[in-house]
Ligand binder design. Structure first.
Ligand code: BES
Ligand code: MN
Ligand code: ZN
Length: 496
């Protein structure tokens, strides 16, 4: 699908479809009023008859209206004008795109981008429209012998904005396409079955990115990790026949001397729980336990597409977590790369064990900031559900910066506490500390564990256990929090 930007008058251009919005009042305004005038009142008649009620996400496709050059007119409900914000805008765009995708229209003039939800600028409107549109087209049918659905006829979408907004809209378009590309990669990696998306597969994907976008990629093998003393990471990997990989991706788009932002992604390609094995129900969803890694790869892809002028390093500790004769036992004590010893009381708290060595590895970059992304705890899903990712940080400014990016991207996060008071729950009689802190505040104690390895830099941790994928009949990866991270990195470019 191709997107372009223009400032147009509705009704005048030949196209497959004109897409305009209607608020719940049914009073036509802006482009829909202009279109109505061109059609000699046909649209207001239809609204009066009650065929459109303007409820968010409803659509009505009309054909061959007299006075309109386009083959079709698509009316899209926007909800109440006073409530029209980010969420309603995104819903309306998605509904419009779904209607277009299932129509025969080959091209469309899209006027929703001329609306101003919450006074948001044209860059935001276009960027969101493009990513939402691309999301409605996303399919995962690589593993099916027959594709589910036919390709939509729609080829070209012209996004309409005011002439004065053309430059902003252009940058929104570029960002939207790059983000959509990155998100599609993240989704694919998450949705792939765990027998395909192994640590080795993630390493190959990183190498591909490296070739395509001139990033330096290095893959450490088990022996390399042994030499570095990454024993907590190796303790997770030791029960698996699949070799672990520690993936390093360096993107240098900024000044030579500029300190990089380091992104660390949890890459557990399947989490059985290990000897502390998980119950059978929904265990298949633990293929998504590499979503942090997928987020890092997708974000790197987006910044490669945008040729972002920033230095960014991606670190991915990748392994399976399996039971077996060589697997770690509850009670094992292991020395991490940092030198701190850990009593592994539950082998299912494995994410923190692989992330902690990656955080220690990050020290060598003297990073401007380190952000880890992990499907870390079921407790985070209990705390925040599937709406917000959990954000933890040892730096208030960094936390605010991420929350701001999350709001703008509509990929929201909520800050959780990281007070030392919680550290007591990790006390161990046999090692420096344990890898679990009991049931209370499970997502906080997991973050507290990581904080012990992040003392040397500004650090944030995103627990995406509730946001990285959807369960049930629409099971699938969401590619969150790629939008938030890209927005954050874009902000750093301007700030530099
Ligand atoms: N990958 C899981 C976390 C998870 C569970 C994410 C369910 C999404 C849905 C993680 O490795 C894990 O098993 N965490 C344990 C920690 C516990 C043993 C302290 C959990 O959340 O139960
Ligand atoms: Mn686990
Ligand atoms: Zn896990």
């Amino acid at each position: 699908m191709e997107f372009s930007i223009k400032s147009l008058q509705p009704g005048r251009t030949r196209s497959g479809c004109v897409v305009v919005g209607v608020f719940e009042s049914r009073k036509l305004s802006g482009p829909s009023a202009q279109l109505d005038a061109a059609a000699q009142g046909a649209l207001s008649t239809i609204a009066k008859r009650g065929d459109v009620d303007g409820k968010t996400g409803t659509t009505l496709m009309l054909h061959n209206l007299a006075g309109i050059a386009a083959e079709r007119v698509l009316l899209v409900g926007l909800g109440r004008e006073a409530d029209f914000g980010q969420r309603q805008y995104r819903e309306a765009v998605a509904a419009a795109m779904r209607a277009l995708n299932s129509s025969g229209a080959k091209d469309a003039e899209f006027y929703l981008t001329a609306l101003e939800p919450d006074g948001l600028d044209a860059q935001w409107r276009v960027q969101q429209a493009v990513t939402v549109a691309r999301e409605t087209l996303y399919r995962f049918d690589q593993m099916k012998s027959r594709k589910d659905a036919a390709e939509p006829a729609l080829r070209r979408v012209t996004l309409v904005v005011d002439k004065a907004d053309a430059r902003k809209a252009g940058s929104g378009l570029e960002q939207g396409v790059a983000l959509a590309e990155g998100m599609a990669l993240t989704k694919d990696l998450g949705n792939l079955p765990p027998n395909v998306c192994t640590p080795g597969y993630l390493a190959d994907q990183a190498r591909e990115l490296g070739k395509r976008y001139r990033m330096k990629v290095q893959v450490l093998e088990r022996d390399d990790m042994k030499k570095l003393g990454m024993n907590t990471l190796l303790s997770v990997a030791q029960g698996s026949a699949e070799p672990p990989k520690f993936i390093v991706i360096e993107y240098r788009g900024g000044a030579k001397a500029a300190k990089p932002v380091v992104l660390v992604g949890k890459g557990v390609t399947f989490d059985t729980g290990g000897i502390s094995i998980k119950p059978a129900a929904e265990m298949d969803e633990m293929k998504y336990d590499m979503s942090g890694a997928g987020t890092v790869l997708g974000t790197m892809k987006a910044i490669g597409e945008l040729k972002l002028r920033l230095n960014v390093v991606g670190l991915i500790p990748a392994t399976e977590n399996m039971p077996g004769g060589r697997a770690t036992r509850p009670g094992d004590v292991v020395k991490s790369m940092s030198g701190q010893t850990v009593e592994i009381l539950n082998t299912d708290a494995e994410g923190r064990l692989i992330l902690c060595d990656a955080l220690t590895y990050a020290e060598r970059y003297e990073p401007a900031a380190v952000i880890d992304i992990a499907t870390l705890t079921g407790a985070c899903v209990i705390a925040l559900g599937h709406v917000a990712s959990g954000l933890f940080s040892n730096d208030d400014a960094l936390a605010q910066e991420l929350l701001g990016a999350a709001d703008r991207a509509y990929d929201r996060a909520w800050r959780m506490p990281l007070w030392d008071d919680y550290q007591d729950q990790l006390k161990s009689n046999f090692a420096d500390f344990a890898n679990i802190g009991g049931r209370p505040a499970g997502s906080v104690t997991a973050a507290c564990f990581l904080a012990r390895f992040a003392r040397k830099f500004k650090w944030a941790h995103l627990d995406i256990a509730g946001t990285a994928w959807r369960s049930g009949k629409d099971k699938g990866a969401t590619a969150r929090p790629v939008p938030m991270l890209l927005q954050f990195l874009l902000g750093r470019v301007r700030g530099a």
